[in-house]
Design a protein around this ligand. Structure first.
Ligand code: CP3
Length: 346
């Protein structure tokens, strides 16, 4: 296992490895480039993918929540959709609408446009950003790299845009399972090379985001998502600590724990004690504050965060939200979340 001995704050890494720490670590999913006024300013000047592709900008945005909110880990500023882009698909990010892929994958012919790229050619800008971020962080906190799970990427590659149900993506899997599995395996191979490249560039931890895992039944989650996540976790687990976040897929927590991943993200719809019981004692749990609760008055945030910390108990817990931070959360509310965790003693 690779470990940066220069880390001054290694609470997240230690917690993932099951080592004792003086307190519970805390960071927030989607903390980079969402709510902070310092980010909004950059957004006026550069397009989304310009921000991702320019290592200096990506570095600046990654560091903002560390400097301003005081989280215990940085997460690389990028997006899960840079992988479909590198595989040959056009991805646009449209203001107020989200991601759009104008030519989604629907047929065998469409699949001919997709390739497993050399990540050193197509995604080198991410590796350059990671090197710069590690240098600028100078060991202050660990850097989390990430990728989307193949299933969640398929959702966008087939549906062509965001959706509450991803019904077209699901229909594609159920009507043309062979094509779906070809696409999922190509995405898996790309993702393994991509995450290994992130680790080689300096990422201390990697997280796999399966935001739409909860749209599938347990059986379909195994077929269309988990078997691919398992390959990714197996390829990475001896390199750095790995976290799987499959939103809504809590019924598969035992199978996810069995992948060898060090951490499992959970959302707010499952109680910490129940998640612990299902996942077993040997894995770190990450979560699970309802992101919308950060819009409550600060005293309510403090009270509810304290309740959450008690429910998880001491050790093997990384405090986080149950999904990404909402863009309209006031900075002092995000800070109240982080400070409450830092001040709490079990
Ligand atoms: O966590 C971080 O702060 C690091 C950066 C990060 C982004 N996207 C930046 C981003 C991460 C980890 C992601 C992951 C991501 N992207 C997921 C998985 C996590 C989740 O929230 O479910 C998904 C499904 C996407 C796809 C995506 N990218 C969507 C749906 C959108 C638009 C709406 C939204 O959620 O913001 C994006 C754009 C995007 N990715 C933005 C940012 C900061 C907003 C762009 C802007 O500033 O206008």
């Amino acid at each position: 296992m690779k470990r940066d001995t220069n880390l001054k704050n290694d609470l997240v890494v230690k917690t993932l490895l099951g080592e004792p720490t003086e307190r519970t670590p805390v960071w927030m999913m989607r903390q980079a480039g969402r709510d902070l006024p310092e980010y909004i300013k950059l957004r006026e000047k550069y397009s989304f993918f310009e921000r991702c592709q320019n290592p200096e900008l990506a570095c600046e945005i990654t560091l903002q929540p560390v400097d301003i909110v005081g989280v215990d880990a940085a997460i690389l500023f990028s997006d899960i959709l840079v992988v479909p882009q590198a595989m040959g698909l056009e991805v646009q990010l449209i203001e107020k609408q989200g991601p759009v892929l104008p030519e989604p994958i629907k047929t065998q012919d469409d699949l001919k446009r997709v390739r497993v790229p050399d990540v050193n050619d197509t995604l080198h800008y991410v590796f350059d950003a990671i090197k710069l971020i590690k240098q600028e962080l100078n060991g202050r906190v660990p850097l989390i790299g990430f990728a989307g799970a193949p299933w969640t990427l398929l959702c966008y590659m087939v549906q062509g845009r965001g959706s509450k149900t991803f019904d077209e993506a699901k229909a594609f899997c159920y009507q043309q399972p062979d094509l779906a599995h070809q696409l999922l395996q190509m995405t898996t191979n790309t993702t393994i090379a991509y995450l290994k490249g992130q680790v080689a560039a300096g990422a201390d931890v990697v997280q796999i985001f399966d935001s739409w895992g909860g749209l599938l039944s347990k059986k379909d989650f195994e077929e269309f998502s988990l078997q691919y996540i398992r390959q990714i976790a197996a390829a990475l687990k001896d390199e750095v600590p790995t976290i799987i976040f499959a939103k809504g897929a809590w019924s598969s927590l035992p199978e996810m724990a069995a992948t060898g991943a060090h951490g499992l993200g959970i959302d707010w719809c499952i109680e910490p004690q129940v998640a612990r019981q299902i996942a077993g004692p040997m894995v770190t749990l990450q979560g699970n504050f309802d992101p919308a609760k950060l819009l409550s008055p600060i005293p309510v945030i403090k009270k509810e965060v304290t309740e959450m910390l008690r429910a998880f108990g001491k050790g093997r817990h990384i405090a986080n939200l149950g999904h990404g931070i909402l863009p309209n959360v006031p900075v002092d509310h995000a800070r109240a979340f982080v400070d409450t965790v830092k001040e709490f003693a079990h």
